[in-house]
Write a protein that binds this ligand. Structure first.
Ligand code: SAM
Length: 199
């Protein structure tokens, strides 16, 4: 099947993201738990691999201030457009987007100056054996950004700069990322898991 990257859109208000916003499980979901949003705590978060901003939007919708870093100009542009559309949609969405700050650049360069509390890292995951299982949207993103071969290096910078924790989103059954210390604990979601490294 031919893939058409121009069909990729960043939609915070409709589709799966909008659905999760309206019907999601609040702070009890795996991602908010992994970044430490429990007991009323709301850390500032740097999402070092922003992508289509779905994770960042979820965290911002739960009250966190999130700095999003994206190095692909194309993905950054899609994100920017999605944020503008959400602001125009309603004051409820505008309030959430106001907690999101979008930066263009490589997180390995930007993290040291940001002095983050919590860093979330969700690199392009290793290809699964059955590529039909990989969602079309993810295949389109891969076509634009490639394979994120340097994610071990990004993890190392994150571990050296985060004052509280680094959270690595990784396929549930994948081997731990090579060359990185063992996580402090893991939180398992539906198809992904979160490896949490307390720093
Ligand atoms: C799997 S996607 C992230 C999806 C995102 N978590 C979401 O909820 O939509 C990975 C993204 O991280 C970006 N990325 C990977 N390494 C990066 C780095 N070192 N600095 C900035 N962006 C990076 C890629 O360009 C890609 O857009």
């Amino acid at each position: 099947m031919a893939l058409e990257p121009e069909k990729l859109v960043c939609d915070f208000t409709g589709g799966a993201v909008g659905h999760r916003f309206r019907h999601g499980g609040g702070r009890g979901q795996a991602l908010p738990k992994a970044v430490g949003m429990k007991g009323g705590k709301t850390p500032d978060i740097v999402d070092a691999t922003a992508g289509l901003g779905r994770d960042a939007f979820l965290l911002a919708s739960l009250g966190a201030k999130v700095t999003l870093i994206e190095r692909s100009e194309k993905m950054h542009q899609l994100l920017h457009e999605g944020m503008e559309r959400a602001i125009a949609e309603s004051s409820e969405f505008a309030e959430i987007i106001a907690r999101m700050t979008l930066l263009l650049g490589d997180a390995r360069d930007l993290l040291p100056d940001l002095a983050p509390q919590v860093v979330l890292i969700d690199p392009m995951h290793p290809p699964r054996k059955n590529s039909a299982l990989v969602k079309k949207e993810m295949r389109l993103i891969r076509q634009i950004v490639g394979a994120d071969e340097d994610s071990v290096e990004l993890m190392k910078v994150a571990l050296a700069t985060a004052s509280n924790r680094v959270v690595l989103k990784w396929p549930q059954r994948a081997e731990p990322m090579e060359g990185i210390k063992a996580p402090s604990h893991q939180i398992t979601g539906k198809s992904t898991r979160y490896d949490v490294f307390i720093t």
